[in-house]
Design a protein. Structure first.
Length: 348
C-alpha cells in the first residue's frame, strides 16, 4: 500500500504560504537586530545540525527496526516492510519551528561549544613523555579514582566514535526526542494503528535502555567526586585538566568544588564574557597567576574571548575576596528546577 499525499485546497495552500512567509520575515527581522556575539557562527550551526541529525538518525534506526520486528511477528501483513522503506527525512520533519524542545537545542549548542573549545585548547603537559592527566589518574592506587578515570577514557572514545548519538543526551531530553521520532514515523506511515502500537513499544524499549550515566559529562562528574580536590589541590588540577584538553573534567572539578551541577558549571566556561567564571575561581581562592593561566588557555581556544580586556581587569578580579565571590554565586548552588521556578516568578 502506498501512501499518497492528500490534495491541499488552493485557499488552504495560500493561507499556509502566507503564514510561512510571515514567520520567515519575523525570523529575519529578529536576526537583523541580533548582535554578532549573540548569533551562532556558521561552524557551530553546521555542527549542531549534524549532531541533531546523528541523534535523530540513531533513534530512527533503532525504533524503526524494532517496530518492524514486532510487526513481522504479528503476522504476514506488509506493514513492517512499508515502515522500513519509508524514505522521508525525520530530521527535516522535526526541524520545523516549534517541534524540538528548546532545552534540547540548548544542550546540543552547549555540547558543541564545549567540544570545540576542548579541541582547540593548547596542550600543556609537563614533557613529551609525560602521560596525560587522566591516564595518570587511571593508574593511581585509589581504586575508586582509577575506575572513574578509566571510565572517562572509555566515555571519551565512545563520544568520538558516536559523534552526536542520542546516548549523550540527558535522560529527559532523550525521552522527549525518542517520542518525537516515533510520532514522526507514525505520521509518515499514515497513522496506521498497528504501526503506532509497534512504534510505542519500540520507543519504550529505547527509553528503558538509555543510561544517562554513560554520558561524558556524567562520567567526568563522577571522577571529580572521586578525586574530591580541596584547597591547594584545585589550582593544579584545574590547570592540568585544561592542559590535558579535558574541558569536561575541568568543568566537573569546578562544579564539584562549588556545589554546582555540571550544566551550570559548563555554562560559566563556554560563554566568552561570563563574569561568573572569574568569581567562581576566586570563590575557590585561586590567586592571580592561576586565574591568568586559565584565562590565557581559554582565550587561546576560543577566539570570542578578549584576553587584552581581561588582562586590564585581572587586578580587579584578584581583589575580590573568596567570601564575597561565594556570596555572589550562592544562588547557583540551588537545584536547577528551583532556580527556574524563581526566574518564572520573577518574570511574572
Amino acid at each position: 500500500m502506498s501512501i499518497v499525499p492528500s490534495f491541499t485546497p488552493p485557499a488552504a495552500a495560500a493561507a499556509r504560504a502566507e503564514t510561512r512567509a510571515r514567520a520567515r520575515m519575523g525570523t529575519a527581522v529578529a536576526d537583523f537586530f541580533l548582535a554578532d556575539d549573540d548569533r551562532l557562527d556558521d561552524q557551530t550551526r553546521a555542527t549542531v545540525a549534524r549532531v541533531l541529525a546523528d541523534a535523530v538518525g540513531a533513534l530512527d534506526l533503532a525504533i524503526r527496526r524494532h517496530a518492524a520486528r514486532l510487526l513481522g511477528r504479528a503476522g504476514p501483513d506488509d506493514a513492517a516492510e512499508r515502515l522500513l522503506r519509508l524514505r522521508d527525512d525525520v530530521t527535516r520533519r522535526l526541524s520545523r519551528p516549534g517541534l524540538l524542545p528548546p532545552e534540547l537545542v540548548e544542550e546540543m549548542i552547549a555540547r558543541v561549544r564545549q567540544d570545540a573549545i576542548a579541541a582547540a585548547l593548547p596542550v600543556a603537559v609537563a614533557g613529551p613523555d609525560e602521560p596525560s592527566l587522566v591516564v595518570r589518574l587511571a593508574a593511581v592506587p585509589d581504586a575508586v579514582v582509577a575506575a572513574a578515570a578509566t571510565a572517562l577514557l572509555t566515555a571519551e572514545n565512545r563520544r568520538q566514535d558516536e559523534g552526536g548519538a542520542s546516548g549523550e543526551l540527558p535522560a529527559e531530553l532523550h525521552h522527549r526526542l525518542a517520542w518525537l521520532v516515533a510520532a514522526s514515523l507514525h505520521e509518515m506511515a499514515g497513522h496506521d494503528p498497528a504501526v503506532g502500537r509497534a512504534l510505542a513499544e519500540a520507543t519504550a524499549r529505547s527509553i528503558a535502555a538509555h543510561d544517562e550515566g554513560d554520558r561524558l559529562d556524567a562520567v567526568a562528574m563522577r571522577l571529580a567526586i572521586a578525586i574530591d580536590a580541596r584547597g591547594e589541590e584545585l589550582p593544579e588540577l584545574l590547570a592540568d585538566a585544561l592542559g590535558d584538553r579535558r574541558l569536561a573534567l575541568f568543568v566537573a572539578v569546578l562544579a564539584r568544588a562549588l556545589g554546582f551541577d555540571h550544566p551550570q558549571g559548563r555554562a560559566l566556561v563556554i560563554e566568552p564574557d561570563d563574569e561568573r567564571l572569574w568569581l567562581a575561581l576566586r570563590a575557590l581562592a585561586l590567586d592571580r597567576p592561576a586565574i591568568a593561566r586559565i584565562a590565557l588557555a581559554l582565550a587561546d581556544a576560543d577566539p570570542r574571548r578578549d584576553i587584552e580586556a581581561f588582562a586590564d581587569r585581572l587586578d580587579e578580579v584578584a581583589a575580590v575576596s573568596p567570601d564575597a565571590a561565594r556570596a555572589a554565586l550562592a544562588g547557583l548552588t540551588l537545584p536547577t528546577d528551583f532556580r527556574a521556578a524563581i526566574r518564572a516568578l520573577g518574570a511574572a
